[in-house]
Design a protein around this ligand. Structure first.
Ligand code: COA
Length: 198
């Protein structure tokens, strides 16, 4: 998809939240974003890992899946879409979706809606948590998945990642199953969440 993305207004404030900058924009990533994406991904991936996950396991995962080369491949893959939230430079957050039938048998059995899109990555810079950046990214992901003809969006989230689970619940997702997720030498336990688009 090649549209320029959308500017957004700040999400709700209150409860100690600061408003996102009014110039916050969500747009599809370009190859120019690859170095910043890899940097942001390496910074934020450990935040999604449970306490038992070691630095070495996390480093191995980042090297294997979140390098500049990998992001360049993701951008070239027609099944994937990487969105970035930006307020100038550097990037504030990013998402990656993957359209199509899931490769994981546990996920295929758990999700109910077809065609489906996986929200494979949803990460916001730690200094921007609680400011509406994640909400702006999620709104764009859901709108673009719906426009693509998908009936649902699914994702995996670590069972100990309470903050992300709260965010996804507020975004309309519900738990429909469980799956495993390999991080280095450890097999982590995820919930599978799904949300209808129609
Ligand atoms: C997940 C993420 C994108 C959400 O963005 P965010 O800006 O933090 O989201 P919000 O602040 O809008 O929402 C977080 C919710 O968790 C709640 N929360 C905050 N800390 C929490 C905690 N320790 N335990 C439980 N809930 C918590 C907040 O109150 C809020 O819920 P509410 O809106 O119902 O009050 C962001 O936290 C992030 O990048 N985390 C690190 C990477 C990650 O875990 N990604 C998800 C991988 S599946």
């Amino acid at each position: 998809m090649s549209d320029p993305g959308t500017s957004t207004s700040p999400r709700r404030t209150g409860a100690g939240r600061e408003a996102a900058a009014p110039t916050l924009a969500v747009r599809p990533a370009t190859t120019d974003d690859v170095p910043a994406l890899a940097e942001l991904a390496a910074l934020t991936f450990p935040l999604a890992c449970p306490p038992g996950s070691t630095e070495q396991d996390q480093r191995e995962f980042v090297a294997a899946h979140l390098s500049r080369d990998r992001f360049a491949q993701y951008l070239a893959d027609p099944a994937r879409e990487v969105l970035v939230a930006a307020d100038g430079v550097p990037l504030l957050g990013y998402t990656m979706t993957v359209a199509g039938e899931p490769s994981d048998a546990d996920v295929r059995a758990a999700i109910r809606l077809r065609p489906t899109v996986e929200l494979s990555k949803c990460y916001v810079h730690p200094e921007q948590h609680g400011r509406g950046v994640a909400g702006a990214l999620m709104a764009a992901v859901l709108a673009r998945a719906a426009a693509s003809g998908a009936a649902g969006v699914w994702l995996g989230v670590n069972q100990l990642n309470a903050r992300a689970q709260a965010f996804y619940r507020r975004s309309g997702f519900e738990v429909v199953g469980t799956k495993h997720f390999q991080v280095g030498g450890r097999l982590e336990d995820d919930f599978v969440l799904e949300r209808a688009l129609r």
